[in-house]
Design a protein around this ligand. Structure first.
Ligand SMILES: Cc1cc2nc3c(=O)[nH]c(=O)nc-3n(C[C@H](O)[C@H](O)[C@H](O)COP(=O)(O)OP(=O)(O)OC[C@H]3O[C@@H](n4cnc5c(N)ncnc54)[C@H](O)[C@@H]3O)c2cc1C
Length: 565
C-alpha cells in the first residue's frame, strides 16, 4: 500500500487498499459501511462523527491529493495560502466546541492565562486555555482581530463603511454630501417592488453609495449585473445591515470588551474577531483527518466517485476511479455526498431527464488566487496619512477589497496578518491576489506564468507594489468556489426532491447542497446526516433547513458578497 504524506498525514491512496479494507469490513458482517464523498469540512465531520457515535465504518473518497476541500491550506515553499481567508466563527455551540476539541486555543491567546470569554448565539462561555505541557504549541488556534478595508481611488476606506472624518476626507466633502443626499432620497422614495439585488442595495445604501462601493465589486464576484440577481439573495446575505446600523456599531465599538470574540446581537457583517488555526484552515482538517485515521476510518486521496448504483430508492454501491484510471465498485450501506449536486445527479442517472437538465444548469462562480511573495510594499503612509506602515510597507489588514475599476483583482489577502506562521520568512510579505472568474474564461485559461505577471502588474498599476519587489509566486485555481442562486437555481427544488427520494443518500455541504454554506453550516449538515443515519433515517429532510432560515447568515456571504461585504 502506498502512502502519501499530505500535510503530514499518511493516507492510503491506492484503490487496492480501499477494496481490501472494504471486503474485510463486509466479510465479518460486523459493520455497516458509509461511503463519504469528499474530504472537505463536511465529509471529514461526517466521518469523525460516525466513528465517534456509531459502529458504522466511514470510507472517505477524495478526488484531490490533500484534505480540506476549499478550506484546505496550500503550502508553497513554506508559505501557506488560505483560499479565500477562512474565519472560524460560528453561532453554533456544537461547532465551536468541535473546532476547539481538534485545535485548542493557544496558551498566549487567553488574557492572563484565564482563557477567553466567547459570546455567540445568545450564549457566553469561558474557554479554558490548554495546559502548556499538554498541548502541542503548533496545534492551536489563534484569536485574530479582523481588519479589512476597501481600497478605492488609491485610498483606504473602513469596512464596514463609517461616516467618520476619515471617510469624509477620503471621499471629499462634495462627494460625501452627494452620497448623503442620495441615501436620503432612497429612504424617501424606496424602490418598490424590491425585486433585484440592485433594488435591495439602493434601498439600504442609496444609489450613489451603491454605485461607488457595491455595483462594480458585485459584478466582479458574480459576473452578472446586480439587477439580474434576486433581492432575496441580498436579504439572505446582508440581512439587517444598513448605513444606520453600521454607524451605530462604529460608535459602540470602543465600549466592547476586548476579549469578546463575538458581539451578541450585532449583525454578522460587523463581527470583528475570529479564531484561526496557526497554520491556516487546512490545519484543522489535516488534524481531523489524522483523528479519523487513528479511530480506524479510511481516507483515500486521489479517488474520484464516477458512478453510483441504485435500485428501489436505495444506493447500493459507488464506482471509484483512482489516479491511475482504474475504476472499482465499492458497495455501501449509506452514502454521504459532498460532491457538487450536478455531479451527484449525473452519477445517479435520473430516469426523468428534466432533473438531470436542471442539475446541469446550476450556476457556479470560480475563483483563482495568485500567491505573490514580495520584499516590500509601497508605503501606505503615502496612501493613508497618519497610519504608520510596517517597515516593509505591509498594511495591517487581513484582507483588502480592491474597488478600482481599471483592475480585475477583487480582493487582496495579506497572509502574514492571518497568522505569522503562514509565512516562511517574516521579513517578506505573502500576498493572495483573488480573482473571481468562470472556468474556461480568459483569466482561467491564462498560462500560470503570464497570470502571475499580469497579477503583479495589476498591483503595481494601483500603486500597492513595485513589480521589482516580487520574489516568487504561485497560482491556484478553485473550480465551483461559489454555488450561485440565479439561472438554473430557480428549479432546484425538483433536483432536491429527486435526491430526497433515496433513503440512504445524504447530500450535505456547500456544493453538496448547492448552498452558500460556511464551514460551520457544512459541518452541521454533516452532523445532521450522521444523526439521521443513526436514527434510521429520522430527521433526514431537516438537514435542508440548516442555513436556510437562520437569523444568522454566514459572514462569508458578506465577505464574498459583492462587497463591500
Ligand atoms: C473565497 C472563500 C472564502 C471563504 N471564507 C470562509 C470563512 O471565512 N469561514 C468559513 O467558515 N467558511 C468560508 N468559506 C466556505 C468554506 O470554504 C466552505 O463552506 C467549506 O469548505 C465547505 O465544505 P464542504 O465539505 O461542504 O465542501 P468542500 O470544501 O468543497 O469539499 C468538498 C470535497 O469533495 C471533493 N469532491 C468533489 N467531487 C468529488 C468526487 N466526485 N469524488 C471524490 N471527491 C470529490 C472535493 O475535491 C472537495 O475536497 C469560504 C469559501 C470561499 C470560496
Amino acid at each position: 500500500m502506498q502512502s502519501r504524506g499530505v500535510g503530514g498525514i499518511g493516507i492510503s491512496t491506492t484503490a487496492g487498499a480501499c477494496t481490501r479494507d472494504f471486503s474485510r469490513m463486509n466479510a465479518g458482517g460486523r459493520k455497516r459501511v458509509a461511503v463519504v464523498v469528499g474530504a472537505g469540512p463536511a465529509g471529514l465531520t461526517a466521518a469523525l462523527e460516525l466513528l465517534r457515535r456509531s459502529d458504522i465504518t466511514p470510507v472517505v473518497f477524495e478526488a484531490d491529493t490533500q484534505v480540506g476541500g476549499i478550506s484546505k491550506t496550500i503550502n508553497y515553499r513554506g508559505n501557506r495560502m488560505d483560499l479565500g481567508g477562512h474565519r472560524f466563527f460560528s453561532k453554533s455551540d456544537w461547532v465551536m466546541r468541535w473546532w476547539q476539541d481538534i485545535l485548542p486555543l493557544a496558551q498566549d491567546q487567553a488574557p492572563s492565562g484565564q482563557g477567553l470569554q466567547i459570546t455567540y448565539q445568545s450564549q457566553s462561555r469561558h474557554l479554558p486555555p490548554p495546559t502548556p505541557t499538554a498541548s502541542d504549541p503548533d496545534a492551536v488556534m489563534l484569536v485574530r482581530r479582523r481588519l479589512s478595508r476597501i481600497f478605492h481611488r488609491r485610498r483606504f476606506f473602513d469596512y464596514p463603511l463609517k461616516l467618520n472624518a476619515h471617510t469624509l476626507k477620503s471621499l471629499g466633502l462634495l462627494e460625501a454630501l452627494r452620497i448623503g443626499l442620495s441615501y436620503g432620497q432612497a429612504q424617501l422614495a424606496r424602490r418598490s417592488p424590491e425585486s433585484s439585488l440592485e433594488d435591495f442595495l439602493v434601498n439600504r445604501f442609496g444609489e450613489r453609495l451603491y454605485r461607488t462601493f457595491f455595483e462594480g465589486y458585485t459584478e466582479k464576484v458574480w459576473g452578472v449585473p446586480c439587477r439580474d440577481i434576486s433581492a432575496e439573495w441580498g436579504a439572505q446575505r446582508i440581512k439587517g445591515l444598513t448605513v444606520t446600523k453600521a454607524v451605530l456599531n462604529a460608535m459602540a465599538r470602543p465600549f466592547r470588551a476586548v476579549a469578546d470574540t463575538s458581539q451578541k446581537g450585532t449583525e454578522t457583517s460587523l463581527i470583528e474577531r475570529f479564531l484561526y488555526p496557526k497554520f491556516g484552515p487546512g490545519q484543522m482538517w489535516e488534524t481531523a483527518a489524522r483523528r479519523i485515521g487513528a479511530l480506524g476510518g479510511a481516507i483515500h486521496l486521489g479517488h474520484r466517485i464516477v458512478g453510483i448504483e441504485h435500485e428501489d430508492a436505495l444506493v447500493r454501491a459507488v464506482r471509484v476511479r483512482d489516479e491511475a484510471g482504474s475504476v472499482r465498485r465499492v458497495p455501501c450501506d449509506e452514502l454521504i455526498s459532498t460532491m457538487a449536486v450536478c455531479d451527484l445527479t449525473r452519477c445517479l442517472k435520473p430516469a426523468d431527464s428534466s432533473v438531470a437538465r436542471i442539475a446541469d444548469r446550476l450556476p457556479y462562480r470560480d475563483f483563482m488566487t495568485a500567491g505573490l511573495l514580495v520584499r516590500n510594499m509601497n508605503s501606505i503612509a503615502r496612501l493613508q496619512p497618519g497610519r504608520p506602515p510596517d517597515n516593509n510597507g505591509m498594511p495591517p489588514d487581513n484582507w483588502i477589497y480592491i474597488q478600482e475599476p481599471e483592475v480585475r483583482i477583487g480582493r487582496l489577502q495579506i497572509f502574514n496578518n492571518w497568522s505569522p506562521a503562514m509565512v516562511a520568512d517574516p521579513a517578506t510579505i505573502w500576498l493572495g491576489l483573488e480573482y473571481f472568474c468562470k472556468e474556461g474564461d480568459d483569466l482561467w485559461s491564462m498560462d500560470d506564468g503570464r497570470f502571475l505577471d499580469f497579477a503583479a502588474g495589476e498591483l503595481q498599476r494601483i500603486g500597492l507594489i513595485e513589480r521589482s519587489e516580487v520574489l516568487d509566486g504561485t497560482l491556484v485555481r478553485v473550480p465551483k468556489a461559489y454555488p450561485a442562486y440565479f439561472g438554473g437555481y430557480g428549479e432546484f427544488a425538483r433536483v432536491r426532491a429527486y435526491l430526497n427520494g433515496f433513503r440512504n443518500l445524504y447530500p450535505v455541504g456547500r456544493n453538496g447542497m448547492h448552498r452558500y454554506n460556511n464551514q460551520d453550516h457544512s459541518m452541521l449538515a454533516a452532523n445532521g446526516a450522521v444523526s439521521s443515519i443513526i436514527n434510521g433515517g429520522f430527521g433526514k429532510s431537516d438537514i435542508w433547513r440548516i442555513n436556510e432560515e437562520e437569523a444568522y447568515q454566514e459572514e462569508i456571504g458578506a465577505d464574498e458578497l459583492p462587497k463591500p461585504a
